[in-house]
Every structure is written in structure tokens, then in C-alpha cells.
Design a protein around this ligand. Structure first.
Ligand code: FAD
Ligand code: DLZ
Ligand code: SF4
Length: 508
């Protein structure tokens, strides 16, 4: 009996388990561009274009390999607009009664597939270094799940950066060497950029027509949409970006969107690159003496450690994880996240680069947009939906633990042991933003005081009961308690005034 093999827009890998389980002679591959996937959150047009253009290329590749591919274009007249309905339509057309799929990276779609009136076999997604079962085994019986210990186990298991049973360079983690303030000038050329061919231009026109009113600039569009181009991007990063990746990993500079970051996450997350090959490429560069250990280790840790760890958490915690709100934050996401003008230079830089590129690097996401949302008490579900929509690399399995967990502490401390909050001092140390800001980072209260300074204390004061006993936060509360009482009252009142003006829609 013929079967349908589902390939989703973030499953564009020849090694996909659903393809491996299929039979080219009898089965039909189903790929579908559907309105629902572009609009269940209003994705950035660049992200939609990346996924659709890469899907069309991958369908072409599968046909060359001998697969029968039933491909639905977004504007096909009988398009039913959802993945589930497209499967039903194809089942009717072909007479297939069974669907083979690789487990989607989002509970929403897993449930949709499980509700189909067809036999559905969900195969494990093997495009990760650890399986879901590996993670469950590791997590079992541990009081706290900490990325660092998971990462060490992954280093031992894979042998990446190992010298016998010891970590290469004598340390597991070189993070202390990776916090340099921003350099005066950037020497790299940034990620490799690609000129869209005629097929991709067609997708860009389609996305402009159908999703042009979503937040974000569609053009210019430079992403790779094939595996061979993504491999070129990887090669360029290893040569040009990786040597200084570690040193400036946390730095932020006005007008410098990429610094020494790889911008490989969109390719990893839609399946054009595999995580192990990316880690091996970094390890090989270190073995050849082309990059220092702090760069290779720092980079590999992000993929072998963080990326695998957050995936484990997403599936372990279950489908209500993205809606958690441990700190009871309820304020609406302010319009500045959607490009409304703000006097805060750090936020205007991070948001405008997000609009232009569907990209911001980790510290911009964590310590600028994320930090501000947490300090200001924004509803974490709204924050989660914003991150899921605006970044080209955003898929729920990786986005939700980073946003809901790491950035908003809305999971109550599963991903991180303390909230990532900071005053303006951190942003000033790691960037040049404050120099051109309307607010003064050195000013703690009064006219022109940096809002991060005010909101930082407001956050700590309003969550005192929860955090005062956290040994990693004791110093913060001791500093607050040493402040004169009238000064503390002034901080709280100015912070509240700022939040009220923001809620009223004033330019802040
Ligand atoms: P690099 O700095 O070059 O890092 C190399 C690779 O490591 C990345 O390509 C990525 O695959 C991996 N990586 C690094 N940090 C993480 C992390 N914390 N979790 C998982 N993988 C990581 N990453 C996503 O891939 N998708 C998301 O939707 C996403 N949402 C985020 C939301 C918030 C609030 C925060 C704080 C972080 C988020 N991240 C997300 C993690 C990280 O910011 C991005 O992976 C990174 O910025 C991608 O850019 P890059 O490829 O240049 O990364
Ligand atoms: C992100 C995305 C978009 C914008 N469009 C499609 C699509 O039309 N068809 C498709 O198969 N996949 C798309 N995707 C990726 C899915 O949203 C993704 O597979 C799920 O969110 C699970 O990670
Ligand atoms: Fe951001 Fe404050 Fe610096 Fe302005 S002064 S850029 S608001 S941290």
C-alpha cells in the first residue's frame, strides 16, 4: 500500500528519518506551503521566504534522487492551507492510508498529525547529537538540570575536544576568556551572502504579496537556500569568523550586525546543516592550529551544549511549557518591539536590526530585548510569540526554552538558576550603545536616568520574596538594602512612572 512521507519546511535534510523509512518506488513525498504555518504567529517575511525557497530547492533535489514529490505551492487553487488538510487531500488523491513523518519540532503540529484519521508513524528526529531518550536518561533523578553537566557528558560521548578522558586545553569551559568588550573595528566580512536566483526571486514576490504586511524587511534577501550554499557559509565562518568568535561573543556595536557570530542557526534549524558536522568543522580548525581553544570550545558549547540541552528541555517539559508564567508578569508587549520609536539606543539598535535581518545575536536577544521585557514585567507568552515570529532561526523547540526559560525565567528556574537581569552598566560595558543614547547610563535616578537602572531595582524589589534567598542574588539585595530609604522610594516611583508612560504609548 502506498504511503505518504511528510517533509516539513524545517526538515530539509537528506538524512531525515521519514525519508529513510520510505520507499522511492511506492511512496509519495508530501511537501506543502500553507498559509497557517506563515501566520499562526506573524512570521518575519525573510523567515517565510527562507523556508519556502529552501523547500522548493529541496523538493527539486528529492525529485532528482528519484522521489515522487507532491508539492503544494502557496497559491495553488486547491491548497487547503494547513499541513493536516494537505495530507488528507493527498491521501485521497493517492489512496494512501498511512503517513510517515519525522516528529515535528513543535507540539502544536505533533498534535495535529496525531489527530489525523490516518495511520501516522512518527519517527524520531535523528538530526541531533543526543536523542530525546538520551536526554531523559541524563535528566532522570537530577534535582536540577544544568547545561554545563549535560555538555560535559556530550563531550565525553562524542569525543569532541577531548584528549583521552580529559577536556582539550585542560578546561571544560573557556567562558571567562570570552567576555571581551567590543573591539574598535571589525575585521571580518560577516556571514556569506547569496544572490537569489530566479526561483528564489519568485518566492520573494510571493511572500511580498501574501505576507508583506508582517513586521520585517523582505529585501535585500541574502540567505542560502540550499545545502551546498549553506556549506559555503559554514566554510567562510570557520575561516573568517571563528578565530575571534570567542573573544567578542558577548560584544555589541552600533551598525555591526554580525560581529564574529556565525549566523548558521537558520541553516541548522531548517536542516541544511547538521550539528555534528558544524562542531567537527570547528574542532578541525582548532586541530590545525587555525583557531584558539577558547573560540573552538565556546562555539562547540553553543551547539553541542545549549542547542541540544534546550531541545531536551522542550520535549521533557511538555506542551504547556511555552505558556508558563512563574513570575506572574502581565504587562502587554510595548509597541517599540514592533518598531515604534524609542529613545533607548540599545533597544532601537536590536529591534531595527531584527526588522532588517530577522537576526540579532545572542546577547542582543538575552541582555537587551529579553532583559528589558523581564525587567518591565511583560507577559512572557507575548514575549515568546514575538521571538518566534521575528527571527529566521525561530522554531518552538529551540525558541521557547530560550525565551520562556533562559530569558524570562517564566519556567521558574528550569533552564537557568537565576534570572538574566542587569542594569544599564552591563550593556555599557559590552557595547557602544550608551554613548549615543538619549538616556545617561551613569545616572541612576532623576531626569535622563537609564530606564534599565530604574527597572533593575524595581524588578528585584517586586520579586524579593522569590529571589532574596538565592545565593547568587544575595549581593544584589545587600546593595539595594544599603541604599537610603528615600533613594529607594525615588527609584521605585520613577520606574513606575516610566512603565506607566510606556503603557500609555508615550515615546520612552
Ligand atoms: P552563534 O553565536 O554563531 O552560535 C553558534 C550556534 O550555536 C548557533 O547557530 C546556534 O545553533 C547555537 N546556539 C547558540 N546559543 C544557543 C542557545 N542559547 N540555544 C540554542 N542554540 C544556540 N536560537 C535559535 O536557534 N532559535 C531561536 O528561536 C532562538 N531564540 C532565542 C531567544 C532568546 C530570548 C534568546 C536569549 C536566545 C535565542 N536563541 C535562539 C539562541 C541564540 O541567540 C541563537 O542561536 C543565536 O543568536 C543564533 O545566531 P548565530 O547562528 O550567529 O549564533
Ligand atoms: C516556518 C514555516 C513556514 C513559514 N511555512 C511552512 C510551510 O508552508 N510548510 C511547512 O511545511 N513548514 C513551514 N514552516 C515550518 C513549520 O512551521 C515547522 O515545521 C513547525 O513549526 C515545526 O517546527
Ligand atoms: Fe540602553 Fe540605558 Fe545604555 Fe541607553 S543608557 S543604551 S537605555 S543601557
Amino acid at each position: 500500500m502506498a504511503r505518504l512521507i511528510l517533509v516539513l519546511g524545517d526538515q530539509l535534510s537528506a538524512t531525515l528519518s521519514a525519508l529513510q523509512a520510505g520507499d522511492k518506488n511506492t511512496d509519495t513525498v508530501v511537501m506543502a506551503e500553507v498559509a497557517q504555518e506563515g501566520t499562526y504567529v506573524r512570521h518575519h517575511p525573510k523567515k517565510i521566504a527562507l523556508v519556502l525557497a529552501a523547500m522548493r530547492k529541496f523538493a527539486g533535489h528529492l525529485r532528482e534522487e528519484g522521489w515522487d514529490v507532491a508539492y503544494t505551492c502557496l497559491e495553488d487553487k486547491d491548497n487547503t492551507d494547513t499541513i493536516a488538510d494537505e495530507l488528507l487531500r493527498r491521501a485521497q488523491q493517492t489512496g494512501a492510508e498511512e503517513v510517515i513523518a519525522t516528529t515535528p519540532g513543535e507540539w502544536r503540529l505533533i498534535r495535529d498529525l496525531q489527530s489525523l484519521p490516518l495511520k501516522v508513524s512518527l519517527k524520531p528526529d535523528k538530526r541531533f547529537i543526543a536523542t530525546r531518550a538520551d536526554f531523559v536518561d541524563w535528566a532522570e533523578g537530577r534535582k536540577q538540570l544544568r547545561m554545563e553537566y549535560f555538555y560535559r557528558e556530550m563531550r565525553r560521548k562524542t569525543g569532541l575536544l577531548m584528549e583521552g578522558d580529559k577536556p582539550a586545553g585542560g578546561k571544560w569551559n573557556f567562558d571567562h576568556d570570552n567576555r571581551k568588550a567590543p573591539p574598535k573595528a571589525i575585521t571580518g566580512t560577516g556571514p556569506m551572502q547569496f544572490t537569489p536566483d530566479a526561483e528564489t526571486e519568485e518566492v520573494l514576490d510571493l511572500v511580498q504579496r501574501r505576507f508583506g504586511d508582517h513586521f520585517g524587511d523582505l529585501r535585500p534577501f541574502h540567505f542560502a537556500v540550499t545545502r551546498s550554499d549553506a556549506l559555503l557559509a559554514l566554510d567562510q565562518f570557520i575561516r573568517e569568523g571563528l578565530p575571534l568568535f570567542g573573544d567578542y561573543q558577548d560584544a555589541m556595536l552600533r551598525g555591526e550586525k554580525w560581529l564574529y557570530h556565525s549566523v548558521l542557526s537558520p541553516y541548522l534549524n531548517i536542516g541544511l546543516l547538521e550539528p555534528f558536522e558544524v562542531c567537527r568543522a570547528a574542532e578541525e580548525a582548532w586541530e590545525k592550529g587555525d583557531v584558539p581553544i577558547n573560540a573552538a570550545e565556546g562555539f562547540i558549547r553553543q551547539i553541542l551544549g545549549w542547542r541540544e540541552f534546550v531541545r531536551g528541555i522542550y520535549f521533557l517539559e511538555g506542551e504547556e511549557y511555552p505558556t508558563r508564567n512563574a513570575l506572574d508578569h502581565t504587562r502587554a508587549l510595548p509597541s517599540l518591539y514592533w518598531g515604534a520609536e524609542t529613545e533607548m539606543r540599545c533597544l532601537s539598535e536590536a529591534v531595527s536590526q531584527t526588522r532588517e535581518e530577522a537576526y540579532a545575536h545572542h546577547i542582543q536577544r538575552l541582555m537587551v530585548t529579553g532583559n528589558f521585557a523581564l525587567l518591565a514585567g511583560i507577559n512572557p507568552t507575548e514575549v515568546h510569540e514575538w521571538y518566534l515570529a521575528v527571527y529566521a532561526d525561530a522554531f518552538e523547540w529551540v525558541e521557547a526554552p530560550n525565551t520562556v526559560g533562559m530569558s524570562q525565567f517564566a519556567d521558574g528556574g528550569i533552564v537557568g538558576s537565576k534570572p538574566y537581569v542587569s542594569s544599564g552598566a552591563y550593556i555599557n560595558r559590552m557595547s557602544d550603545y550608551c554613548k549615543s543614547c538619549a538616556y545617561k547610563v551613569s545616572q541612576k535616578v532623576g531626569e535622563g536616568a537609564c530606564p534599565f537602572n530604574l527597572l533593575y531595582w524595581h524588578f528585584l524589589a517586586r520579586h524579593r520574596e522569590r529571589f532574596a534567598g538565592n545565593p547568587r542574588m544575595g549581593n544584589m539585595y545587600r546593595t539595594w538594602d544599603r541604599m537610603a530609604e528615600d533613594r529607594r522610594a525615588q527609584v521605585i516611583s520613577e520606574a513606575e512612572n516610566f512603565l506607566a508612560r510606556m503603557e500609555a504609548g508615550d515615546r520612552v
